[in-house]
Design a protein around this ligand. Structure first.
Ligand code: CP
Ligand code: NVA
Length: 310
């Protein structure tokens, strides 16, 4: 049966671990100048209804290095949504391609495509989830610390797609995650429930999910501080209000010091410097944001291989 990656919950804990093990091999092989060509002759379709730098490049370059091919399907140039149904488009994609990755607004659109396509569908970001990003983030933390169990990761900012996938990822891998948002910008209740159910199912040694609204308190003893933009793609018209509401949640040197430790700093990028994160922090010695960005490539390759080859 084909597998999709619509949310992190499509993967069992052992499968995440398998993806990480393959990532280590892909990264090493590439650094040695001998990339693993495990997807020779395979094709990936890419659809972006929102902007992308890292996701697009890592999918395209990743497929090339794997011996396959990726093609951008410009949404405005396709029949889909104009005169062809998602059902028919999904069926047709499946006759040409080996997988399809899509970035769009509504999670439901990705779920509908997955229902009709006979090939793996990958969520390349929706308003609700960003699973490929958070797999990379957990891989990067694992790489830096050796393991992830019992680490404290504090996400400071908006309760958005990235925060949601973080909650699912942490609840599967044993991380103690604190999500610290302004009162009216907390994560979606349904996704909080999904994460709680993961914790109850106890696939791995238990982590925890805590929601907090006080950044100075939340960051105490943090091993990792993570942030993301205050206004996500599609929310630009609320950006001015958000700047006011989120300023106390800025990741700056005072917040780093409040941790009482020397936390590593992460950001999925793109960053709005001077808003959710200061130059001093993102360019500082505790920042691992560009290692994190690089790892998108290595993890993406392991995800593609897992979904396409099984
Ligand atoms: N982090 C991330 O998904 O970046 P892009 O929007 O550039 O793909
Ligand atoms: N939350 C951000 C993530 C970008 C990678 C957005 O959706 O715009």
């Amino acid at each position: 049966m084909k597998r999709d990656l619509l949310t992190i919950n499509n993967l069992a804990f052992e499968e995440i671990e398998d993806i990480f093990q393959r990532t280590i091999l892909h990264k090493k092989a590439l650094k040695e100048g001998n990339p693993i060509r495990s997807l020779t002759g395979k094709s990936l379709g890419l659809i972006f209804k929102k902007s992308s730098t890292r996701t697009r490049i890592s999918f395209e370059v990743g497929m090339f290095q794997l011996g396959g091919h990726a093609l951008i399907l410009n949404f405005n140039e396709m029949h889909w949504n104009k005169c062809e149904s998602i059902h028919d488009s999904g069926k047709v994609f499946s006759r040409y391609l080996d997988a399809i990755a899509i970035r769009t607004f509504e999670q439901k659109e990705i779920e509908d495509l997955a229902e009709h396509a006979d090939i793996p569908v990958i969520n390349a970001l929706s308003d609700d989830h960003h699973p490929c990003q958070i797999l990379t983030d957990i891989f990067t933390i694992r790489e830096k610390f050796g393991n992830v169990g019992s680490l404290k990761v504090v996400y400071v900012g908006d309760g958005n797609n990235v925060a949601h996938s973080w909650m699912l990822g942490a609840s599967k891998t044993g991380i103690n995650l604190v999500v610290c948002t302004p009162e009216n910008y907390g994560p979606n209740e349904k996704i909080i429930k999904m994460a709680e159910e993961n914790l109850e199912a106890g696939e791995n040694k238990p982590g925890s999910i805590t929601i907090n609204h006080d950044p100075m308190d939340a960051v105490r003893e943090a091993d990792v501080l993570y942030t993301d933009v205050w206004a996500s793609m599609g929310q630009e018209d609320t950006a001015d209000q958000r700047k006011k509401d989120f300023m106390p949640f800025q990741v700056n040197m005072d917040l780093l010091r409040a941790s009482g430790k020397k936390p590593l700093v992460m950001h999925c990028l793109p960053a709005h410097r001077g808003e959710e994160i200061t130059d001093e922090v993102i360019d500082g010695e505790q920042s691992i944001v560009f290692d994190q960005a690089e790892n998108r490539l290595h993890v993406q390759k392991a995800i593609l291989e897992f979904l396409i080859k099984g």
